[in-house]
Ligand binder design. Sequence first.
Ligand code: PLP
Length: 397
Amino acid sequence: MKATTSANSPIPPGILYLDYAATTPLAPEVLEAMMPFLTSSFGNANTLYSLGAECREAIYAARETMARFIGAEDPSEVVFTSGGTESDNAAIRGVLEANPSKSVVCSSIEHHAVLDTCKAVARDRCVVVDVGPDGILSPDALRAAMPPDPCLVSVMHANNEIGVIQPIRKLAAVAHEAGAAFHTDAVQSAGKIPIDVVEMGIDLLSISAHKLYGPKGVGALYVKKGTPIRTQQTGGEQEFGKRGGTSNTPGIVGLAKAAEIAMEEMAEEAVRLRALRDRLIDGVLSLVPDCRVTGAHEPRLPHNAHFLFRGCEGESILLNLDHVGICCSAGAACASGSVEMSHVLRALRIEPEWGQGSIRVSLGRYTTEADIERAITALASAVEQVRRLTASPPLSS
Ligand code: PLP
């Protein structure tokens, strides 16, 4: 089944949505699958009567789908959570609590859900390893930074800002050599590029439904059998005792439906999006002076383009784009009167005059060729306008 048509697009008319890395619209097919569990099939999956049993069966099937989605050997290794942030917290806090006094290692470009959690829990037992200027963490750099007693290494599969993909199999091997478990935040990559936890050597993996056309507030954590982990959310025996709380049946069903569609479409969609993304990059680079693309061109998520426009404020570009109905993201924000680059751009050692004008454009299922042509023209004109206004002399008093 192919969902890529503008006819079934849930994006409101007039909006050109190019911020799929921030969140994705709920696919109509996903809503349809969730509907019975939002209405008549409202039972508690833990009850004995048939209204509960039908929810239990739906969750059972969803867990099997999710296991297939990531190549897990056993569906019981999939724990449903409230999303990427909870999955990251459950993995990091859970493993650190099961291994008191041991260290954690993560990369300098992790999402805050990983970076802040590692620092908060492990404090001086947290080692943050720098990535290269292309955004990639080399296995040698990880090996060289490894403390003597690591229990966990956490490196994201693909970065949420610049889209670069890490050499997960090799990094996991370095973690295992040092006796540590390996966690990867796959919130941005799941549904975009293939994942096989067994083949890649992953022990823990985080997923969020709203990044793959599923609902917000639901996700999953893969925990390889035998991984020592302390339960964070106590208070119920749901999820094999790994996460208490009444099961979010509609959310879980929605996540699995989203994963099912992604499995069917991923290969073809990656080719389509990569071509559109490359056309966007070529178009912008050819029209806009003093512009460059951030990070390695490959390996990179097929739908991500990240630009640096020298001497511009990213937020001003965004406001210009918003005026013409275009949504994307900036990698620097105005804080207390000055423009602060994100920790990712700082980790890449991007010069401030470039980094302050960073824009992430992320494409998705409902992006068309015409959208890309419109985005190229609009982006070029927004940058030109911002540069013109910034360059104009101050009004005399
Ligand atoms: N990890 C990454 C890489 C993300 O991009 C995000 C969301 O932007 C998260 C974690 C948090 O996921 P959630 O919004 O489901 O809590």
